[in-house]
Design a protein around this ligand. Structure first.
Ligand SMILES: *[C@@H]1O[C@H](CO)[C@@H](O)[C@H](O)[C@H]1NC(C)=O
Ligand SMILES: *[C@@H]1O[C@H](CO)[C@@H](O)[C@H](O)[C@H]1NC(C)=O
Ligand SMILES: *[C@@H]1O[C@H](CO)[C@@H](O)[C@H](O)[C@H]1NC(C)=O
Ligand SMILES: *[C@@H]1O[C@H](CO)[C@@H](O)[C@H](O)[C@H]1NC(C)=O
Ligand SMILES: *[C@@H]1O[C@H](CO)[C@@H](O)[C@H](O)[C@H]1NC(C)=O
Length: 387
């Protein structure tokens, strides 16, 4: 499990990458350098043209000539990390996650690692924009993942007397940048019927950029994971829900994740909201699997077009029988057929059969798939830290 030595390893990697940056930035013209450059990216370091302004643009596979620079704010934060412990039995610095977050100074510039002991934390958590560089690490192995749970829905009345709406229903809401979670379970237990108005019940909303989730699980029904906006990376995560359970306009890479549908009617796994052709946004699922039970005769679309330019790609993924032959839904608007980007690449399993697919779904060529496969899809700069 995550512990001190791996953060030392991160520092070591960061310092290594500083050294190698210089040589990489010299010359990317030649073919061999290009391939080195690609593998360098796959090792989780990012092309960067400028620290802030360009950080959300997608690096083209042949992004030649631009300088590679580490994200200095992140590097400084990692070099000055602090840890705090949360334990419900009083053995840590805090008994609740809320208190731990409350102890972090505004406009924090250091990596704050919050170690969380196993337990069920019935807390509504918000990490505001003013608290970047927060990491949650669940201290357990396997079955007793620390759980943050709640049951708010869009229709629940908030303190201002008005319905919370989907956005505020989240058990955990992250508005800060550079958030990381490892081995945590995020949950919204609100009971729910498919498509019930006001039944949206978010387990986690991520609105900050440069966020990463490793070995986490997300449990909910309608709208489980609000992948709202920003660059996000998910690795080895389990995500369960019924209706549109991964939604928003984040630019995200999901690797080695299991998306599990519990929908009873026909539902959709994703509702990606890319709303215009210039918006750098889309969900890429790689080496993942889509599973679920067809209780009540339901099945799932891989995606439905919440945005006119909705963009979702599945590659090297196992698609089980739960996936409907049509594969994708235009949400009742045929004008979207020519605008959405729904691609599949080297997927397997009964749900990957293209015989019944909507004609506007794409079988991606190697070239078309490539931009979605590496971590350069979420690009920007060297922000991605692998614990
Ligand atoms: C938090 O717990 C870890 C072990 O899990 C320990 O090494 C560390 O010193 C603790 N930190 C504080 C501030 O108590
Ligand atoms: C949420 O859980 C609380 C406490 O367990 C319970 O009192 C409340 O009725 C639940 N609300 C909903 C909408 O399920
Ligand atoms: C595209 O959508 C984004 C997000 O809603 C918005 O900020 C941006 O202004 C839009 N761009 C255009 C050209 O409409
Ligand atoms: C794909 O589906 C079609 C129609 O259901 C079927 O005839 C075909 O055998 C399937 N292909 C594979 C490889 O399973
Ligand atoms: C995630 O879990 C796997 C085992 O399933 C483990 O090998 C790996 O170290 C974990 N990753 C992190 C970042 O803790």
């Amino acid at each position: 499990m995550a512990s001190k030595p791996h953060f030392q390893a991160i520092l070591f990697l960061l310092s290594l990458s500083c050294l190698s940056l210089e040589s990489y930035s010299l010359n990317l013209e030649r073919e061999a350098d290009y391939h080195k450059w690609i593998s360098w990216h796959v090792n989780n370091f990012r092309k960067k043209t400028s620290l802030e302004a360009e950080s959300t643009t997608r690096a083209p596979p042949g992004g030649i000539g631009s300088k590679l620079v580490l994200d200095t704010k992140l590097r400084n934060a990692e070099m000055n990390k602090v840890t705090i412990n949360v334990s419900q039995d009083g053995a840590g610095n805090f008994k609740t996650i809320r208190e731990a977050i409350g102890s972090i100074p505004l406009h924090n510039t250091r990596r704050v690692i919050v170690f969380i002991k196993p337990g069920v934390y019935r807390e509504k958590i918000a990490v505001p924009r003013t608290l970047p560089f927060v990491t949650f690490i669940g201290e357990s192995s396997g079955s007793d993942q620390p759980t943050i749970t709640g049951n708010d829905t869009a229709s629940v009345t908030g303190i201002d007397g008005r319905p919370l709406k989907t956005f505020q229903s989240a058990t955990v809401a992250i508005d800060a940048n550079y958030f990381v979670a490892v081995n945590m379970k995020f949950e919204n237990t609100a009971a729910h019927e498919d498509g019930f108005v006001g039944g949206q019940a978010v387990a986690l909303r991520i609105s900050g950029t440069k966020a990463a989730f490793y070995n986490c699980s997300f449990y909910g029904a309608q709208d489980t994971l609000y992948d709202h906006k920003g660059l996000h990376y998910f690795n080895n995560c389990f995500i369960q829900g019924s209706v549109d359970f991964i939604f928003g306009y984040g630019q995200s890479l999901y690797e080695n994740c299991n998306l599990n549908s519990i929908g009873k009617k026909v539902t959709s796994v994703t509702a990606q909201k890319r709303t215009n052709a210039t918006l750098e946004s889309g969900f890429s699922f790689k080496d993942s699997k889509v599973t679920g039970t067809r209780s009540g005769g339901g099945g799932v679309y891989l995606g439905r077009a919440w945005g006119d330019y909705s963009r979702v790609v599945f590659s090297y993924s196992y698609l089980d029988t739960i996936v409907l032959p049509q594969g994708w839904s235009d949400w009742g608007d045929p004008t979207r057929h020519s605008r959405v980007y729904y691609g599949e690449y080297k997927c397997s399993g009964p749900g990957a059969n293209f015989t019944g697919r909507v004609p506007w779904a794409r079988v991606l060529t190697d070239e078309e798939a490539q931009p979605f496969l590496g971590t350069y899809y979420i690009s920007g700069d060297a922000w991605l830290i692998r614990p």
